[in-house]
Design a protein around this ligand. Structure first.
Ligand code: SF4
Ligand code: SF4
Length: 202
Protein backbone atom coordinates (compact mmCIF):
# COMPACT_ATOMS: atom_id res chain seq x y z
CA UNK A 1 0.00 0.00 0.00
CA UNK A 2 1.24 3.45 -0.99
CA UNK A 3 0.99 6.22 1.63
CA UNK A 4 -0.04 9.76 0.52
CA UNK A 5 2.75 12.27 0.31
CA UNK A 6 2.94 14.77 3.18
CA UNK A 7 2.08 17.73 0.91
CA UNK A 8 -1.09 16.06 -0.35
CA UNK A 9 -2.07 15.10 3.22
CA UNK A 10 -1.62 18.72 4.32
CA UNK A 11 -3.79 20.00 1.45
CA UNK A 12 -6.53 17.48 2.28
CA UNK A 13 -6.59 18.55 5.96
CA UNK A 14 -6.66 22.28 5.02
CA UNK A 15 -9.52 21.78 2.59
CA UNK A 16 -11.48 19.88 5.25
CA UNK A 17 -11.44 22.84 7.63
CA UNK A 18 -11.76 25.74 5.13
CA UNK A 19 -15.14 26.84 3.67
CA UNK A 20 -16.02 25.76 0.12
CA UNK A 21 -14.74 28.02 -2.69
CA UNK A 22 -17.75 27.24 -4.87
CA UNK A 23 -21.30 28.36 -4.07
CA UNK A 24 -24.31 26.09 -3.66
CA UNK A 25 -26.02 27.50 -6.81
CA UNK A 26 -28.81 26.84 -7.86
CA UNK A 27 -29.99 25.91 -4.34
CA UNK A 28 -28.45 29.12 -2.98
CA UNK A 29 -28.28 32.40 -4.90
CA UNK A 30 -24.84 33.12 -6.33
CA UNK A 31 -23.26 36.52 -5.68
CA UNK A 32 -21.17 37.53 -8.71
CA UNK A 33 -17.67 38.87 -8.10
CA UNK A 34 -16.70 42.48 -8.60
CA UNK A 35 -16.35 43.37 -12.33
CA UNK A 36 -18.19 40.16 -13.25
CA UNK A 37 -19.04 40.05 -16.98
CA UNK A 38 -22.55 38.68 -17.41
CA UNK A 39 -25.20 38.80 -20.08
CA UNK A 40 -25.02 41.78 -22.49
CA UNK A 41 -28.09 43.97 -21.95
CA UNK A 42 -29.31 46.14 -24.83
CA UNK A 43 -30.77 49.60 -24.38
CA UNK A 44 -32.86 49.83 -27.54
CA UNK A 45 -33.37 53.60 -27.16
CA UNK A 46 -29.62 54.13 -27.29
CA UNK A 47 -28.86 51.47 -29.90
CA UNK A 48 -28.98 52.97 -33.39
CA UNK A 49 -28.52 49.70 -35.31
CA UNK A 50 -25.16 50.72 -36.78
CA UNK A 51 -23.76 47.15 -37.07
CA UNK A 52 -20.46 47.93 -35.30
CA UNK A 53 -20.99 45.41 -32.49
CA UNK A 54 -21.71 42.64 -35.03
CA UNK A 55 -18.43 43.39 -36.79
CA UNK A 56 -16.38 42.98 -33.60
CA UNK A 57 -18.23 40.02 -32.02
CA UNK A 58 -15.76 37.07 -32.17
CA UNK A 59 -18.29 34.16 -32.19
CA UNK A 60 -20.76 35.98 -34.50
CA UNK A 61 -23.38 36.06 -31.76
CA UNK A 62 -24.75 39.30 -33.25
CA UNK A 63 -26.08 39.26 -36.82
CA UNK A 64 -27.87 41.81 -38.98
CA UNK A 65 -30.38 41.15 -41.79
CA UNK A 66 -31.69 43.92 -44.03
CA UNK A 67 -35.09 43.63 -45.71
CA UNK A 68 -35.01 46.15 -48.56
CA UNK A 69 -38.68 45.63 -49.44
CA UNK A 70 -39.96 46.35 -45.95
CA UNK A 71 -37.16 48.81 -45.19
CA UNK A 72 -36.36 47.05 -41.92
CA UNK A 73 -33.05 45.94 -40.38
CA UNK A 74 -33.33 42.99 -37.99
CA UNK A 75 -30.65 42.63 -35.34
CA UNK A 76 -30.39 39.15 -33.83
CA UNK A 77 -28.42 38.62 -30.61
CA UNK A 78 -27.87 34.98 -29.73
CA UNK A 79 -26.55 34.83 -26.17
CA UNK A 80 -26.13 31.05 -26.45
CA UNK A 81 -23.07 31.87 -28.59
CA UNK A 82 -21.84 34.78 -26.46
CA UNK A 83 -18.43 34.41 -24.79
CA UNK A 84 -18.87 37.56 -22.64
CA UNK A 85 -15.76 39.21 -24.03
CA UNK A 86 -17.27 42.70 -23.74
CA UNK A 87 -16.13 43.86 -27.19
CA UNK A 88 -19.68 44.89 -28.17
CA UNK A 89 -19.83 47.23 -25.16
CA UNK A 90 -16.32 48.55 -25.75
CA UNK A 91 -16.93 49.41 -29.42
CA UNK A 92 -20.56 50.58 -29.22
CA UNK A 93 -20.62 53.93 -31.03
CA UNK A 94 -23.14 55.47 -28.62
CA UNK A 95 -21.39 53.91 -25.59
CA UNK A 96 -24.88 53.14 -24.24
CA UNK A 97 -26.38 50.68 -26.74
CA UNK A 98 -25.22 47.53 -24.97
CA UNK A 99 -23.62 46.86 -21.59
CA UNK A 100 -22.56 43.64 -19.93
CA UNK A 101 -24.57 43.10 -16.76
CA UNK A 102 -22.61 42.44 -13.56
CA UNK A 103 -25.60 40.54 -12.14
CA UNK A 104 -27.20 38.47 -14.93
CA UNK A 105 -25.34 35.15 -15.00
CA UNK A 106 -28.07 32.52 -15.08
CA UNK A 107 -29.02 32.25 -18.76
CA UNK A 108 -29.03 28.45 -19.09
CA UNK A 109 -32.19 27.28 -20.89
CA UNK A 110 -33.62 24.05 -22.35
CA UNK A 111 -34.80 25.91 -25.44
CA UNK A 112 -31.96 27.80 -27.22
CA UNK A 113 -34.47 30.28 -28.65
CA UNK A 114 -34.96 31.64 -25.13
CA UNK A 115 -31.48 33.12 -25.38
CA UNK A 116 -32.13 34.91 -28.67
CA UNK A 117 -33.25 38.55 -28.77
CA UNK A 118 -34.35 40.64 -31.76
CA UNK A 119 -34.42 44.36 -32.50
CA UNK A 120 -35.93 46.09 -35.52
CA UNK A 121 -34.72 49.38 -37.03
CA UNK A 122 -36.02 51.45 -39.93
CA UNK A 123 -33.62 51.59 -42.89
CA UNK A 124 -32.58 54.56 -44.97
CA UNK A 125 -32.52 53.47 -48.63
CA UNK A 126 -31.19 55.36 -51.66
CA UNK A 127 -34.13 56.50 -53.82
CA UNK A 128 -32.06 56.06 -56.98
CA UNK A 129 -30.11 52.80 -56.78
CA UNK A 130 -31.81 51.15 -53.78
CA UNK A 131 -28.55 50.85 -51.81
CA UNK A 132 -28.92 50.64 -48.07
CA UNK A 133 -27.37 53.78 -46.58
CA UNK A 134 -27.79 52.98 -42.88
CA UNK A 135 -30.62 53.14 -40.33
CA UNK A 136 -32.55 56.37 -39.74
CA UNK A 137 -31.63 56.30 -36.06
CA UNK A 138 -27.94 56.04 -36.98
CA UNK A 139 -28.14 59.15 -39.13
CA UNK A 140 -30.05 61.10 -36.46
CA UNK A 141 -27.39 60.06 -33.95
CA UNK A 142 -24.61 61.42 -36.21
CA UNK A 143 -26.64 64.62 -36.50
CA UNK A 144 -26.63 65.07 -32.76
CA UNK A 145 -22.90 64.32 -32.57
CA UNK A 146 -21.90 66.66 -35.39
CA UNK A 147 -24.21 69.55 -34.48
CA UNK A 148 -24.34 72.38 -37.09
CA UNK A 149 -21.52 70.75 -39.08
CA UNK A 150 -23.99 68.02 -40.10
CA UNK A 151 -25.79 70.46 -42.43
CA UNK A 152 -22.88 70.47 -44.86
CA UNK A 153 -24.40 67.18 -46.04
CA UNK A 154 -27.58 67.47 -48.11
CA UNK A 155 -28.67 64.05 -46.92
CA UNK A 156 -28.55 65.29 -43.36
CA UNK A 157 -30.54 68.36 -44.33
CA UNK A 158 -33.18 66.12 -45.86
CA UNK A 159 -33.34 64.00 -42.75
CA UNK A 160 -33.75 67.10 -40.61
CA UNK A 161 -36.64 68.26 -42.78
CA UNK A 162 -38.32 64.92 -42.20
CA UNK A 163 -37.74 65.16 -38.46
CA UNK A 164 -39.06 68.72 -38.17
CA UNK A 165 -42.15 67.65 -40.13
CA UNK A 166 -42.19 70.94 -42.04
CA UNK A 167 -44.47 69.41 -44.64
CA UNK A 168 -46.41 67.12 -42.37
CA UNK A 169 -49.36 65.47 -44.07
CA UNK A 170 -48.03 66.38 -47.53
CA UNK A 171 -46.73 63.85 -50.01
CA UNK A 172 -43.08 64.89 -50.26
CA UNK A 173 -41.79 61.58 -51.55
CA UNK A 174 -40.04 62.37 -54.82
CA UNK A 175 -39.60 59.51 -57.23
CA UNK A 176 -36.59 59.39 -59.50
CA UNK A 177 -38.08 58.42 -62.87
CA UNK A 178 -35.53 58.84 -65.64
CA UNK A 179 -32.00 59.35 -64.38
CA UNK A 180 -30.76 61.70 -61.72
CA UNK A 181 -31.57 65.39 -62.17
CA UNK A 182 -30.21 68.49 -60.46
CA UNK A 183 -33.27 68.59 -58.16
CA UNK A 184 -32.34 65.14 -56.84
CA UNK A 185 -29.52 66.58 -54.80
CA UNK A 186 -32.33 67.26 -52.33
CA UNK A 187 -33.53 63.68 -52.47
CA UNK A 188 -32.51 60.76 -50.20
CA UNK A 189 -29.47 59.43 -52.07
CA UNK A 190 -26.56 57.21 -51.13
CA UNK A 191 -23.11 58.89 -51.25
CA UNK A 192 -22.37 57.34 -54.68
CA UNK A 193 -25.54 58.67 -56.36
CA UNK A 194 -25.24 62.04 -54.63
CA UNK A 195 -21.70 62.34 -55.94
CA UNK A 196 -22.96 61.71 -59.49
CA UNK A 197 -25.48 64.58 -59.16
CA UNK A 198 -22.98 66.97 -57.62
CA UNK A 199 -20.25 66.22 -60.16
CA UNK A 200 -22.69 66.64 -63.08
CA UNK A 201 -24.65 69.70 -62.00
CA UNK A 202 -22.56 71.75 -59.61
S1 SF4 B 1 -19.85 40.01 -25.20
FE1 SF4 B 1 -18.48 39.43 -26.90
S2 SF4 B 1 -19.32 37.48 -27.63
FE2 SF4 B 1 -20.94 38.42 -26.37
S3 SF4 B 1 -22.23 39.53 -27.82
FE3 SF4 B 1 -20.68 40.98 -27.04
S4 SF4 B 1 -19.00 40.89 -28.55
FE4 SF4 B 1 -20.28 39.07 -28.88
S1 SF4 C 1 -22.62 49.22 -31.75
FE1 SF4 C 1 -24.07 49.99 -30.21
S2 SF4 C 1 -25.45 51.35 -31.37
FE2 SF4 C 1 -24.38 50.07 -32.88
S3 SF4 C 1 -25.78 48.32 -33.22
FE3 SF4 C 1 -24.32 47.71 -31.61
S4 SF4 C 1 -25.33 48.22 -29.67
FE4 SF4 C 1 -26.43 49.29 -31.29
Amino acid sequence: MKYPKLRELKEAIISLVTPAYTSGFPKEPHVPFEKFRGKPVVDNDNCVGCETCANVCPPYAITFTDDREKGIRTIKRDYGKCIFCGLCEEHCITQKGVKLSDKLYDIAAFDRQNNVEYQYKELLICKNCGAIITTKEHLFYMHRKLGPRAFSSILNLNMLNQKLKLAEGQDVDVEIRDKLKRKDMFNILCPNCLRQVLVKYL
